[in-house]
Design a protein around this ligand. Structure first.
Ligand SMILES: NC(=O)c1ccc[n+]([C@@H]2O[C@H](COP(=O)([O-])OP(=O)(O)OC[C@H]3O[C@@H](n4cnc5c(N)ncnc54)[C@H](O)[C@@H]3O)[C@@H](O)[C@H]2O)c1
Ligand SMILES: O=C(O)CC[C@@H](O)C(=O)O
Length: 531
């Protein structure tokens, strides 16, 4: 029986499915075309899910997906996956951002050229037995002014193709720097309006966000040159379809080509169907053999690596944990989780602040991930261990009103590396710290005491008055209860005249032993926990 079950619910390339199937411990079911109800019925059996854009992964799906750990999107846009619900449920969402770039840029360019030369209309006319050469006179692309909104992967590839056709490219993207625009030989526009003013051609390559919704609207269509052609091969909702229809009917807009629609598929009475200069395709940007093979194989490798080695690449709801990061941060992640867990056992309840300090070389790795691990460990006291992880820990902490702060210093202390974690409740602070020595990690500081203990196992934590004989009492109580001591670390605080004993034991101590210790004179606190 495979350890991990993956459901592929949208069609992906056979090579991708084979790549997943060949991974040890992964079994794959391909079930495409499921209704939302069917998906809800079976999703609880799966640890991984692979989708394209058809499957809608809603909050209801996440609620039913009790074992789900990861979703792989074979493609770029993740708008069919409820990202907040994924994060809340601790499910990592990964996409394959570059595998379909070229195919989509080529599709968008093809649509633009088809519009310029009336290809869809001329085709329909010829097969209807007509020979209307005059009716379908087109325009050249050469020498025209093209506005590209969104100069990411696809926008950049589109620009290169446009330049090869002798088109002047003006680009707007909030992250496009002057140096990059110069390197790409495109004119940098400071606003979308500047890019669109006087444009003959427009292509959109932005994600759909509240800012980009209807980025092409009536006001912006009016900025274009009369007869301008607009292509949307990015996401439905970027173009105000009603405004485009009005502009076409009024004879201002010269033509529009859509691969994506506000509602997919568009209704039979979609208003733009009755407009003249149009070209429509059913969300085909990424539909080439090459793109599907690229994204299918990429998503399979990402899911395989996630389940087999714990790597996380191209995640959209958490920082990446690729093999290099895993190698450098992996040991710290485990130590950090133990420190967080330890604080949840020994620190004050209802703390509202967690402070994490990284001291020494550890400060140079991706500490955001390590802090997430501290939080996951801390919160695991209140949740089922498997319910809180690197994906959802910050969101759960935020929901509880816990503030997190992080400081880093490259200065080494007594220890080369130190991760120090404190929880604060009002004026009360409790601190623990750990280090990595060679290949092993150690907890070295608990609530004001230097100790040296492993970061995992069963522990007895005893706080007592610092006076002779107490350690002997504890030792013989454990012996009588048949609890074997694996490791013991003693530390005293001369100022407070108290001592702590951290005892790593081979098995969970019985309640009777804890009760006995708690009622022993001079013993102030006894805790038993597993890290
Ligand atoms: N039709 C299809 O089948 C198909 C295939 C692949 C991708 N897509 C879609 O194409 C779009 C672009 O994909 P990509 O891979 O190039 O993504 P990308 O992330 O590489 O590029 C998107 C760019 O948009 C920019 N941007 C964000 N907000 C903007 C704004 N308000 N104005 C201007 N620019 C803005 C970003 O800075 C980024 O550079 C995505 O929406 C994706 O889902 C569609
Ligand atoms: O899966 C598809 O064919 C659509 C892909 C595309 O919309 C994307 O965002 O990558």
């Amino acid at each position: 029986m495979a350890t991990y079950r993956v459901l592929v619910s949208d069609p992906i390339s056979e090579k991708g499915v084979d790549a997943l199937r060949s991974a040890p411990d992964i079994s794959v079911d391909v079930k495409t075309g499921l209704s939302p109800e069917e998906l809800l019925t079976i999703i609880g059996e799966y640890h991984g899910l692979v989708v394209r854009s058809q499957t809608k992964v809603t909050p209801e799906v996440f609620a039913a997906a009790t074992q789900l750990k990861a979703i792989g999107r074979a493609g770029v846009g993740v708008d069919n996956i409820d990202r907040d619900a994924a994060t809340d449920h601790g499910v990592v969402v990964m996409n394959t951002p570059s595998g379909n770039t070229i195919s989509t840029a080529e599709h968008a360019f093809t649509l633009m050229a088809s519009l310029a030369r009336n290809i869809p209309q001329a085709h329909a006319s010829v097969i209807a037995g007509k020979w209307e050469r005059k009716a379908f006179q087109g325009v050249e692309l050469f020498g025209k002014r093209l506005a590209i909104l969104g100069m990411g992967r696809i926008g950049t590839e589109f620009a290169k193709r446009a330049q090869a056709f002798g088109i002047h490219v003006v680009a707007y993207d909030p992250f496009l720097t002057a140096a990059r625009a110069q390197a790409l030989k495109v004119e940098l526009a400071e606003t979308p309006d500047i890019a669109l003013t006087g444009a003959d051609l427009v292509t959109l390559h932005v994600p759909l966000t509240p800012e980009t919704k209807h980025i092409i609207n009536a006001k912006r269509l009016a900025l274009l040159n009369p007869g301008a052609l607009v292509v949307n091969c990015a996401r439905g909702g970027l173009v105000d379809e009603a405004a485009a229809k009005e502009s076409l009917d009024a004879g201002h807009l010269g033509g529009i080509a859509l691969d994506v629609y506000e509602t997919e598929p568009p209704a039979a009475d979609f208003p733009l169907f009755s407009a003249k200069k149009t070209a429509f395709t059913p969300h085909l940007g990424a539909s080439t053999a090459e793109a599907q093979e690229n994204v299918g194989i990429e998503v399979a490798h990402q899911l395989r690596d996630f389940f087999v080695t714990g790597e996380i690449r191209n995640a959209v709801n958490m920082p990446n944990l690729d093999s290099r990061t895993l190698q450098s941060a992996g040991p710290y992640l485990d130590l950090a989780r133990s420190l967080g867990k330890l604080l949840s056992k020994i620190g004050p309840e209802q703390s509202d602040k967690i402070r994490v300090s990284y001291i020494g070389p550890v400060s140079e790795i991706d500490t955001e991930l390590v802090t997430r691990s501290v939080l996951a460990g801390y919160l695991s006291a209140a949740y089922h261990e498997a319910q809180v992880n690197l994906v959802n820990a910050p969101a759960i902490a935020k929901a509880h009103g816990i503030q997190i702060s992080e400081t880093s210093s490259s200065l080494a202390t007594t220890f080369t590396d130190l991760i120090e974690v404190s929880v604060v409740k009002g004026g009360e602070t409790s601190t623990v710290a750990g280090t990595i020595i060679g290949k092993s990690s150690r907890i070295v500081h608990i609530a004001g005491h230097y100790v040296e203990t492993n970061p995992t196992g069963h522990f007895l934590f005893v706080e007592n008055d610092d006076r002779p004989g107490i350690v002997g009492v504890i030792g013989s109580a454990l012996g009588s209860a048949q609890v074997n001591i694996a490791n013991m670390s003693l530390s005293r605080n001369a100022e407070r005249k108290t001592a702590v004993t951290v005892i790593e034991v081979d098995e969970q101590p019985p309640a009777s032993l804890l009760e006995l210790l708690r009622t022993t004179p001079g013993i102030l606190r006894v805790l038993s926990f597993e890290l």
